[in-house]
Design a protein around this ligand. Sequence first.
Ligand SMILES: [Zn+2]
Length: 162
Amino acid sequence: MILTPHFLTGAAIINKTNPFLGIILSFLSHYLLDAIPHSEYSIKNIKNRKWKKSFFDFLKIFFDLFLGILIIFIITKKIFLSFIGGFFAIFPDILTFFYILFPQNKILKYHYNFHKKIHFFNKEEQNSIKFKNMNFSEKIYFLFKIFSQIVIILIAIILLKL
Ligand SMILES: [Zn+2]
């Protein structure tokens, strides 16, 4: 799942619980959300460690995170607390990035495989098909996988505003 729904979910959880419980639940929320069918933008250059070609991959991540941070600034006054929750909610993806940097590390590798397994509904081959080449049901499913993330973002915003 992209970073914005993760970040906002973490922010909502920590605002609705307490900092201690919030950190743990925000972290765990990442795996729960990743189990929901979702589509992601490609960062295959980063994944393949093609650093010279990775600029646009990093740019996508930057805008994704920027959107989450911007929404926090707009809708809540508890910026710092929200950032803590948001940080722990995206922490599994940070660990994945560290695995790409340090593939020899056994703990990072174990986490990487676990995190990948959580994505029950996201098969790599599905993501490589272009939208125009999909049949009707594949298109509907693809749109659903975007919609699912919009719903998560909206629920998190509502929780933050309540
Ligand atoms: Zn993830």
